[in-house]
Design a protein around this ligand. Structure first.
Ligand code: LLP
Length: 421
């Protein structure tokens, strides 16, 4: 469920018409619903509780939507943060999420990022390889601390989704094998600068079938049992993120309740706490991208292009993953016309959709890309020197700009021309 519904003034986010935000902030603009963000987190948390999962660490995947205001909304509900860079750790800390609820993941953590995370006292650094483990031990020794590490295991399970976001096969760059995990875990337990606290996996994103997750989690349970049997201490099993969301073109993905029931079953009786790294399932349907139609361009052979003021630099998912986003008129209307919806960027790839039946539009009309709260603004760029798209958070009848659109002066001021040019 989300809080984007049609009212007397067209499509609204909670109590605020999107047309009002477009008029006051300008377009393109991302708009998020606080109530939806909160609801998604609470539904996920409560589903786990209902399935007998006691006191999990729900580390929201910051990469999905990393705005500090969004992180604060979730952090205030008890969410932790799954981070993949020093920048994301800084964002989580800035939102008031304490180090002990922050997980630091990612295949290529730099020395200074590891040092920063250790100083922030993160709950665990998810180790992706042996060289990385060695680097963490070295940095921890320099700082005179004991690094809490968890081993990210690649369970070699194929899990749906687009090839560019599947991570759980051994041919992907992520994680160590089960055999390596067991060996590295034992080694790390004997290192004064390392404290192995658990194991982790994450097999992909937008997963719409529980079977591969069940298979991976069952293998992870086996690994935890093996490590415990070897007399090693295991406190936490991190099951990653990846649960899919409805984008309204495919069958519904499993609900958080179904996911949690499966997790409860697979991990029953395991004497460790669980961690999760949900991103999309919290943020995707809590946000939309609002854009204005610049013009309708009909080519002589009949193809109709809806040229809008949002482009691939604002929402890259269709160009990058052929992703489907439902496109709704902000003001409801009847009738149907088939359009290619395109942005102003000088690339054919700047196409949001082809041959989509939509209501008829004219210049100046507003459209909303639904399910754009995750991997939308977070992946935006200034390609074509288009100002980075702003973000707005709605709370009931009020709203606030939570990231400003930069001015051209601010953008140009970042470029430095040396005096020898
Ligand atoms: N944990 C780890 C280690 C991850 O790599 C990811 C996502 C997550 C958690 C969160 O996954 P989620 O619950 O959001 O599925 N840009 C792509 C998605 C990339 C996902 C990368 N990793 C997209 O727009 O579809």
């Amino acid at each position: 469920m989300n809080h984007f519904e049609y009212g007397p003034q067209g499509l609204a986010c909670e109590g605020v018409p999107l047309a009002k935000i477009a008029a006051e902030v300008g377009t393109p603009v991302y708009v998020y619903s606080r109530a939806t963000l909160e609801r998604h987190f609470v539904v996920f948390r409560d589903a786990l509780a209902m399935s007998g999962v006691v006191d999990p660490l729900i580390a929201y995947a910051v990469k999905a939507n990393s705005n500090v205001a969004v992180l604060k909304v979730l952090g205030d509900l008890g969410a932790g943060a799954d981070t993949v860079s020093e920048g994301e750790v800084r964002r989580a800390l800035a939102a008031g999420i304490p180090g002990e609820r922050i997980v630091f993941s990612g295949v290529g953590k730099a020395r200074r990022e590891i040092a920063f995370a250790l100083q922030a006292g993160v709950a665990e650094i998810n180790v992706e390889s042996e060289p990385e483990l060695n680097l963490i031990a070295e940095v921890a020794a320099e700082l005179g601390v004991r690094a809490k590490v968890a081993f990210r295991v690649n369970p070699d399970v194929a899990a749906g989704g687009h090839a560019k976001i599947a991570t759980g096969k051994s041919e992907n760059k992520f994680g160590v094998s089960f055999a390596e995990a067991a060996r590295l875990y034992a080694n790390a337990s004997n290192n004064a600068n390392l404290q192995p606290v658990g194991v982790a996996c994450h097999i992909g994103s937008q997963i719409t079938d529980l079977a591969p997750m069940r298979a991976a989690f069952t293998k992870m349970r086996g690994l935890v049992e093996q490590l415990l049997a070897e007399g090693l201490s295991v406190e936490r099993l991190d099951l990653g993120g990846g649960l899919g969301v409805p984008y309204f073109n495919h069958p519904e993905p499993p609900s958080p309740a179904e996911f949690a029931a499966m997790v409860g079953e697979v991990t029953q009786g395991l004497p460790v706490t669980l961690a999760f790294e949900p991103g999309r399932v919290i943020a995707a349907n809590a946000g939309v991208l609002v854009s204005e139609v610049i013009h309708v361009h009909e080519r002589p052979e009949g193809r109709k292009f809806l040229v809008i003021d949002a482009a691939m630099n604002d929402l890259v998912r269709p160009a990058m993953y052929d992703a489907f986003h439902d496109i709704r008129p902000v003001i409801q209307r009847t009738g149907e016309t088939v359009y290619d919806v395109v942005g102003p960027v000088c690339e054919t790839g700047d196409t949001f959709t082809r041959d989509r039946a939509l209501p008829p539009f004219a210049a100046g009309d507003l459209v909303a890309f639904m399910s754009a709260g995750a991997y939308g603004a977070a992946m935006a760029s200034e390609y074509n020197t288009r100002p980075l798209v702003p973000e707005v958070l709605v709370d009931g009848d009020r709203y606030a700009v939570i990231r400003q659109r930069p001015t051209y002066d601010e953008m140009l001021a970042r470029d430095l021309v040396p005096d020898w040019v």
